[in-house]
Design a protein around this ligand. Structure first.
Ligand SMILES: [Zn+2]
Ligand SMILES: [Zn+2]
Length: 330
């Protein structure tokens, strides 16, 4: 009993530890709200402040909404087609040579829309989950789920299910910080020229300016980097190491051109681009969903579309996938 008890304590400690960055950010945001609304705006008798407050709340709502969605949108699970059947598991366990195991995995992967390989050219397989890894997916040891990469700032895997939300979170948090910096600047200058009344508000105003401007710089660099990744259709892991295909490593293996790369993340419907909601995915995103082997949930239309697409991919021997994903060679 003792080892399992200590394991669960360790796990609880880890859970608390992983939430620390989120709690830290939430506390800073709560304080920034108090400092801006209560200390800086309320009580000032001019119409500009009303405009500031209105604009502030619009940005604040979008920022907290996207943050919430990024944190609490669950990573997706690979389709059951990627899991080994009971008989295949047994077969794999009986073989102790790597090459014979690869032979079995190649047979299983033959009917799956999979284009990537390990660096040595082998089928990507997860021992822990006993499944053939879908393209671009990785097992996250923190969440014990599949997605692109774990984001400590949001304590969640950031990948296909929430990458749009994460991008919007970066954009709105940057906008939030820039807005505060810009509107607080005049009061910040007054602080140094002794133009502010001698109350505790002046210290909130000063620290608010420092915090917002510093976060603006770090968020801007992160946002620009992720915009570049979206344009190139690369995950953070793929940016570090080019994904390997049957024909070898290719850093642009998933790129479809700027417009399609963008739509893969943000969807096809422009009116939904600014909001952290799923927009209706047509052709490419749907195909991407299939190719990634990601399960979209209980939506029956999507489920139907997914099945049709999976069948067509299998029927055409992967040609459609080759075309849409621009996976060359193989
Ligand atoms: Zn796994
Ligand atoms: Zn994770």
């Amino acid at each position: 009993m003792a080892p399992s008890g200590s394991r669960s304590i360790k796990r609880s400690c880890q859970t608390v530890l992983y939430w620390i960055p989120v709690i830290f950010i939430t506390l800073i945001v709560a304080w920034s709200y108090y400092a801006y609304v209560v200390q800086l705006c309320i009580g000032k008798d001019n119409s500009t402040v009303v405009v500031y407050l209105l604009a502030y709340h619009v940005v604040f709502i979008l920022f907290t909404w996207t943050y919430w969605q990024t944190i609490f949108t669950k990573p997706m699970n690979p389709l059951k087609e990627f899991h080994l059947s009971y008989s295949d598991k047994e077969l794999l366990e009986r073989e102790d040579r790597g090459e014979s195991q690869q032979e079995i995995l190649r047979r299983i992967a033959k009917d799956l829309p999979i284009y990537t390989r390990t660096m040595s050219g082998a089928i990507r397989f997860c021992d822990r989950c006993q499944l053939v890894k879908p393209d671009r997916c990785h097992h996250c040891s923190v969440c014990d789920k599949y997605d692109s990469a774990h984001g400590p700032m949001v304590n969640n895997c950031v990948g296909f299910s929430n990458y749009k939300f994460f991008m919007l979170f970066l954009a709105y948090s940057l906008l939030y910080c820039i807005f505060i910096t810009a509107t607080d600047l005049q009061y910040f200058i007054k602080f140094w020229t002794n133009g502010l009344p001698d109350t505790q508000a002046k210290f909130h105003i000063m620290f608010l300016f420092f915090a917002a401007s510093m976060f603006s710089v770090s968020l801007a660099s992160l946002f620009v980097y992720h915009c570049w990744l979206v344009c190139k259709n690369r995950s953070t892991l793929e940016a570090v190491r080019a994904p390997a295909f049957r024909h070898g490593a290719d850093k642009n293996g998933f790129s479809l051109g700027l417009s399609k790369n963008f739509r893969q993340v943000f969807g096809d419907e422009m009116r939904y681009w600014p909001f952290p909601v799923y927009s209706r995915y047509i052709l490419i995103p749907l195909f991407y969903q299939i190719s990634s082997g990601l399960y979209f949930g209980a939506d029956s239309d999507r489920e139907e579309g997914r099945r049709k697409n999976l069948n067509s991919v299998v029927n055409y021997g992967g040609n459609e996938g080759t075309m849409f994903l621009s996976v060359r060679g193989g």
